[in-house]
Design a protein around this ligand. Structure first.
Ligand code: GDP
Length: 536
């Protein structure tokens, strides 16, 4: 192995570099403002040089635009990149979740690689379906959640009503860090509860492309200029104090309470407070439990796991790229790591960091960082890479598919390409591939969390593997885990079918719908029909 020798100071370096990092994702429903917020965060942290060029959907030249262009060139948006933002001696790694209206497993998997999530709400809409689904995954993983109520510059709901919705619907106790003066749509400024209720008046700048002018104003003057809006905010703040809605580190880190910030990403109001909150309250990378449950300290030798695979991001090179979240140790480009699943060496000469628009060649990385490995044909989502004594992290759970389709090669003469393509998409985790003797090798069943995944399959099979596929939708919507003893009985029942998941050999039973499932469970309580994750 060509791992660099480690000195005692090297270990300290890793610990202090890890402590500087905050690795998070934004969870939201499409249109809540995730792209706008991402750009505003980067802009505020001065990661983008040309401020005037980063707003508006039509003309995005900012951090996300080149990715979007790449995605558009591929016909479909499936990218999940990492954006690195340096702010006040901290390194924020923002892992992007695909922003599509449709859902795919990619979105869930990103949450396996972060230490914190920002739940972004549209002030007029509150909790929306995809926010709820993602929140469930975040909760399942025990990730702390910071809430940002966006679009306060537009008419929306009452702040107290929004807090109530969060508490009632998802059982997360909201602890506001700031409070808006002026109702949604008539946004005057923000009171910072973490700084003795200091008031900042907001002045819009035309177009909202540049930083908002935030003017500190003392309370007496604020009361004068804001009048009734100020009074109302003061009453609401007194109420919050009364009910004890204060930030509490322990329950936040346990995923039981959520610091809440009000703001507006587009005119860049309240975004600096979110940045400050991320660097002060969000947890730094910490020891991660390996498959045996033993926590691996951040200063242990290098380890990381693949949370996303992507093929052909660069048209010039038909490669496969693996995105790896660093869990421990210092990564130096050129290291030869071990691939835990196969025990084989993995050379990292061509490692890259993916920061928004550009791919940089990356020389070092620390816990919390994301590295992209090219030529990663041998890797699969969930795989561990390590240096030194063997370590393996638990697999990333695959989520309960709800959409199923049989795939066939349109041109039977291209069956070889068809098989290769399906295998690759399976190993990347684009879809889950299910097979059975009854259906035969030529007609695998593809299982997806969101129907968008099928579009990706169609597109890539045709353009990348030159083996167009025909997908026939199957009338199933529920998948459960079963076993060899139950399989023959289940297979004989109407409205159910047993298949083997190719990636792990797990037996899954597909059922028409929940009602049919309930009937089967009632009539055959002895059969194993175990829920899979999320929505199962
Ligand atoms: P995404 O789908 O979550 O990435 O949402 P976008 O960032 O694309 O935003 C959706 C729309 O909401 C766009 O038209 C944005 O300009 C707009 N938007 C985002 N944030 C704000 C905000 O704070 N105020 C207002 N008025 N509009 C916003």
């Amino acid at each position: 192995m060509s791992a660099p020798t480690r000195t005692p100071t090297g270990r300290n370096e890793v610990t202090s570099e890890a402590a500087r990092r905050r690795t998070f994702a934004v969870i939201s429903h499409p249109d809540a403002g995730k792209s706008t917020l991402t750009e505003a965060l980067a802009l505020h942290a001065a990661a983008i040089t040309s401020a005037g060029a980063v707003h508006g959907k039509g003309d995005r030249r900012g951090v996300t635009s080149d990715w979007m262009e790449m995605e558009q060139a591929r016909g479909i948006s499936i990218t999940s990149a990492a954006l690195r933002i340096e702010y006040q001696d901290r390194v924020l790694n923002l892992l992007d979740t695909p922003g599509h209206a449709d859902f795919s497993e990619d979105t869930y998997r990103v949450l396996a690689a972060v230490d914190c999530a920002v739940m972004l709400l549209d002030s007029a809409k509150g909790l929306e379906p995809q926010t709820l689904k993602l929140f469930d995954v975040a909760r399942g993983r025990g990730i702390p959640v910071i809430t940002f109520v966006n679009k306060w510059d537009r008419p929306g709901r009452e702040p107290l009503e929004l807090l109530d919705e969060i508490e009632q619907r998802i059982g997360l106790r909201p602890t506001p860090l700031n409070w808006p003066v002026g109702i949604a749509g008539d946004f005057r400024g923000l009171v910072d509860r973490t700084a003795g209720n200091a008031y900042t008046k907001l002045h819009r700048t035309p177009g909202g492309a540049t930083k908002a002018v935030e003017e500190p104003v003392d309370a007496a003057r604020a009361a004068e200029i804001e009048g009734a809006a100020w009074e109302q905010a003061m009453e609401e703040l007194a109420l919050l104090d009364e009910i004890g809605a204060h930030y509490d580190a322990e329950s936040f880190l346990a995923g039981k309470s959520s610091p809440v910030l009000f703001g507006a990403a587009l005119p860049n109001f309240g975004v600096s407070h979110l940045l400050r909150t991320l660097i002060t309250l969000a947890p730094a990378p910490s020891a991660r439990a390996d498959a045996s449950g033993t926590p691996r300290p951040v200063d242990a030798p290098f380890s990381g796991f693949v949370f996303k695979m992507q093929a052909n991001m660069d048209k010039a090179h038909r490669d496969r790229m693996a995105f790896v979240r660093v869990c421990s140790g210092r990564f130096d480009r050129g290291m030869v790591l071990t691939h835990a699943a196969s025990g084989r060496p993995f050379a990292t000469k061509y490692t890259q960091a993916v920061f928004g628009a550009e791919r940089h060649t990356l020389d070092t990385a620390y816990p919390g960082d994301v590295i992209a490995l090219v030529n990663a044909q041998a890797l699969r989502v969930g795989d561990t890479l390590y240096d030194g004594p063997k370590v393996e992290f638990p697999p990333i759970p695959s989520f309960a598919p709800e959409h199923f389709a049989v795939a066939r090669a349109v041109d039977s003469g291209r069956y070889k390409q068809f098989r290769r393509g399906i295998e690759q998409l399976d190993s990347e985790g684009v879809v889950q591939v299910l097979v059975s003797d009854v259906r035969g090798e030529q007609a695998p069943v593809l299982a997806a969390v969101g129907p968008l995944q099928f579009d990706v399959v169609r597109h890539r099979m045709e353009h990348e593997f030159r083996a167009p596929v025909e997908l026939s939708h199957l009338d199933y919507s529920v998948a459960r885990r079963t076993d060899a003893a139950s399989a023959p009985v289940l297979h004989g029942l109407s409205g159910a079918e047993v298949l083997t998941r190719r990636s792990d050999g797990e037996l899954l039973v597909l059922v028409h719908n929940k009602w049919r499932l309930r009937v089967i469970q009632r009539d055959h309580p002895e059969l194993l029909m175990e829920p899979l994750l999320a929505g199962g």
